[in-house]
Design a protein around this ligand. Structure first.
Ligand SMILES: [Ca+2]
Length: 471
């Protein structure tokens, strides 16, 4: 999927939601709701009474026993009742969406078929449920893994090898796609590889159920509400059968992971059979991904980024999208290309931003406008680095010249806490989303400067402790 956490604001909504995570994470497991809880409570609740009787302790009066029994029964059953009530609420909620679906042109038959017997899935990430802690960020690996883990060279090498093979297999379609949309074949293949492992990843969820649940109790209910309606419209128009409408936990569908709204905005029929089939047609899915990039501003002939070595005295607080200089100007300020290369005049003239995913540690990049276009597909620096790097490797490039350095990363909740403190202290004015992106890192650097700390722009436990101590 391709989502954009709206480039400004609009962008931000999609980027976070999108997505397919190829790897389950600990958060996935810890978020799981707990239907067995009622059963466990029942087991525990029945033991003490029996034990007391067996040990000949004073017997309670019948009336008191009945009263206590009733209270106990209530304690035991209330979570289950709450769950049942919530489901009834879900059913009512779904039924209430019919007028919106009808207004979108969905037939009653499609609406009924898709929603009959539908149950919410409270095990999905990114929900707001009573009694469960919510986090701003779901268990997206690009936000919870360190770069070295997310960008594992062995995985990238395997995907690059497969990509080179697929480049041959789909050469005619890829050439035609490149000609029509201006997006190089390796970039499109890299998105396919990242999103669904070139279609080998089996999407685990029923898209309708995911979208309905997210619309009901998700953190972005309004957005998912319209995605849910559009999913019904996709079914009604017969683009895909209900049983084949599989999705990631965030409702992204098909080989290159589109949300329903993205399907309507960007999907194309490229194999000429009259259907926009992002689910099973490789040419359609790849062309649709290329069109999405094109629609979001992809510039033909422009690289996504250049790996560079930063000068010793680099000011890492300059690493934000708003600060751009021509590539040649950065190179005149002490930055050097990490791998020897001669850039053409037009490349040197391209505006680029400094990107230091691990602050002053690890690799540095000059990120061009196309970097930020890929970022709209999925709002994560690591995602863009993955896709960009994989596309280069499909074309035969070497691994990054500078190795990754960070061994651990703050948890989402800690990054959120840090963002709140940086906001309160006047260093940060962006979203509190638990994601340590470019603006958060730059804010960390600005705080470090003002507090007389080492300026590394890396959101660590030390920084959070310093902020918490009122420094
Ligand atoms: Ca087609």
């Amino acid at each position: 999927m391709l989502a954009s956490v709206l480039r400004a604001k609009a962008l931000n909504m999609y980027g976070t939601i999108r997505w397919l995570r190829l790897l389950p994470s600990r958060n996935d497991i810890s978020c799981r709701p707990n239907p067995p809880r009622a059963n466990r409570a029942l087991g525990r609740g029945s033991l003490p009474r029996r034990a007391a009787t067996e040990q000949g302790k004073p017997r309670l009066s019948r009336g008191l026993r009945a009263l206590l029994g009733g209270a106990l029964l209530w304690l035991v059953l209330s979570p289950a009742l709450a769950l049942a009530a919530a489901d009834a609420g879900f059913t009512r909620f779904i039924a209430s969406l019919w007028p919106e679906a009808e207004a979108e042109g969905v037939s009653r038959a499609t609406f009924d078929a898709a929603t009959r017997g539908l149950e919410p899935d409270y095990g999905l990430p990114d929900l707001e449920l009573p009694g469960r802690p919510t986090t701003a960020a779901p268990a997206q690996p690009e936000f919870v893994q360190v770069p070295a883990t997310y960008l594992k060279e062995a995985s990238l090498a395997r995907l690059a090898q497969d990509g080179q093979r697929l480049l041959q297999t789909y050469r005619p379609a890829l050439s035609a796609i490149e000609q029509r949309f201006g997006v190089p074949a390796p970039v499109i293949l890299a998105i396919w590889g990242r999103e669904t492992d070139y279609g080998r990843y089996t999407l685990p969820y029923n898209a309708v159920r995911v979208l309905a649940t997210q619309a009901y109790v998700g953190r972005r209910k309004d957005q998912f509400r319209s995605e849910f309606i559009l999913a019904l419209k996709i079914l009604d128009e017969g683009h895909v059968a209900l049983k084949d409408m599989r999705a990631s936990w965030a409702g992204a569908m098909g080989l290159t992971q589109f949300l329903p709204s993205e399907f309507y905005k960007h999907a194309v029929d490229f194999d000429g059979d009259g259907r926009r089939d992002i689910w099973t047609s490789v040419p359609d899915a790849l062309a649709s991904a290329a069109k999405q990039l094109k629609d979001k501003g992809w510039q033909t002939g422009l690289r996504w980024a250049y790996e560079v070595r930063a000068p010793q005295n680099v000011d890492c607080t300059k690493g934000i999208p708003d600060i751009t200089h021509p590539v040649g100007e950065w190179l005149g300020k002490g930055f050097t290309l990490a791998r020897d290369a001669r850039l053409a005049e037009n490349e040197l003239a391209q505006p680029a931003s400094l990107l230091q995913p691990e602050g002053i540690y690890g690799p540095s990049f000059l990120a061009t406008a196309n970097y930020f276009v890929i970022k709209e597909y999925n709002f994560s620096d690591l995602y863009v680095l993955f896709v960009g790097h994989l596309s280069d490797m499909i074309s035969g490039a070497l691994p990054f010249a500078t190795p990754w350095s960070a061994a651990s990363q703050l948890r989402t909740a800690d990054v959120e806490a840090m963002q709140r403190k940086l906001t309160a202290a006047g260093f940060y004015a962006d979203k509190i989303d638990g994601k340590a992106g470019m603006k958060t890192r730059a804010a960390v650097g600005a705080y470090q400067k003002s507090a007389g700390l080492k300026v590394d722009c890396w959101p660590s436990g030390n920084v959070l402790r310093a902020l918490s101590g009122g420094h």
